[in-house]
Design a protein around this ligand. Structure first.
Ligand code: PLP
Length: 338
């Protein structure tokens, strides 16, 4: 299969136009020389536009066509207090003129500062007009979201459920478009692209990259860094969404291409450790690149660790997908010692 063929299949799923695309592909020269190679590039999926951007907008662009087709008047989703996903759902709802109700899970992340509870994504959710419903974290990612939608339906609303992390087979189709887009930008890169590295959580980002890369980047490893401290669960979810996404695109799927790297999540989801903080500081000092303590900072920490372990040669090319999350930097001010 070729890029052309993938693009043709993707064009059967017209996006609604929430994200500003293509996102830039840029060299990180000072990080590259500090680490002594490989050549590191960044794909700025944090720069997708509305609501301070991030990787969920690309998924929502495909997933929300169904909400509009159904005549939904309300988006319902959820996530932890500082969830980037629910902030992007809130942004999409504002842009589309829909109401937004969010189940906010308390207790998954053991951080209790005033900044965590009120700054960053929390402030933005409110600014975008979302209605926040506090619920306890039970380990079931979607139960409280479904309950909330049910109670809104009972009150006469027409809710559309956006799953936790906007991860679904259609979300994976959305992310296959990022692989196609990256493939079209490789004129800037000398030689082959050896790997794409990014952090993986609810799974559809990696699922989409894997099915897209199978079509147009056959020599490129897709390396997901587990940031949930649940690498087996992450891999199983990636495989499931990739299989579903490949089916929608009428493509074959080979799960041997799904690589989820453990050991960089720190003690728990949402808790940064020293390697995360080092990655955040390096990105800031060397590249004025802002990565966050929950997702992109852990993903970059994983990349730095793989580079130091000698996975790539100095002449290799590696793309770090910056999936967003910057608002959480402000929520984690104390952890950063700033
Ligand atoms: C959600 C998120 C991810 C993980 O993407 P998944 O598709 O859930 O695996 C990575 N980075 C940031 C900043 C996110 O918000």
């Amino acid at each position: 299969m070729s890029l052309n063929d993938l693009e043709k299949r993707l064009s059967g799923f017209r996006r609604i136009g929430l994200a500003t695309l293509p996102t830039p592909l840029l060299p990180l020269k000072r990080l590259t020389s500090t680490l002594g190679g490989p050549r590191i590039w960044v794909k700025r999926e944090d720069c997708t536009g509305i609501g301070m951007g991030g990787n969920k907008l690309r998924k929502l662009d495909f997933v929300l066509r169904e909400a509009l087709a159904e005549g939904a008047d309300t988006l319902v989703s959820g996530g932890v207090v500082q969830s980037n996903s629910q902030r992007q759902v809130a942004a999409a709802a504002a842009k589309l003129g829909l109401a937004c109700h969010l189940a906010v899970y308390h207790g998954r992340v053991p951080v209790k500062t005033v900044d965590y509870e009120s700054s960053g994504n929390v402030l933005l959710n409110k600014l975008f007009g979302a209605c926040l419903h506090d619920v306890p974290w039970t380990g079931d990612r979607n139960a409280a979201i479904c309950d909330l939608a049910e109670s809104l339906r009972g009150k006469g609303h027409r809710p559309y459920i956006v799953p936790y992390g906007v991860s679904s087979a259609m979300g994976a189709v959305g992310y296959a478009s990022a692989a196609a887009e990256l493939c079209g930008q490789l004129g800037a890169v000398e030689g082959t692209l050896n790997a794409v590295v990014h952090c993986s959580g609810s799974g559809a980002t990696q699922a989409g990259l894997v099915i897209g890369a199978a079509a147009c980047l056959p020599d490129t490893d897709i390396v997901g860094i587990d940031i949930d401290a649940e690498p087996d669960r992450v891999r199983a979810d990636v495989v499931g969404y990739a299989r579903g996404g490949a089916e929608l695109l009428d493509m074959d799927f080979d799960d041997s291409r799904v690589e989820v790297v453990a050991g960089h999540a720190g003690p728990a989801y949402g808790v940064p450790h020293e390697a995360t903080l080092e990655a955040i500081r390096m990105a800031g000092h060397l590249e004025a690149l802002t990565v966050d303590p929950v997702y992109s900072g852990k993903g970059l920490a994983g990349l730095i660790s793989l580079v130091r372990a000698g996975r790539w040669k100095a002449s290799d090319n590696v793309v770090f997908v910056h999936t967003g999350g910057e608002p959480a930097l402000f929520a984690y001010r104390q952890a950063l010692g700033l």
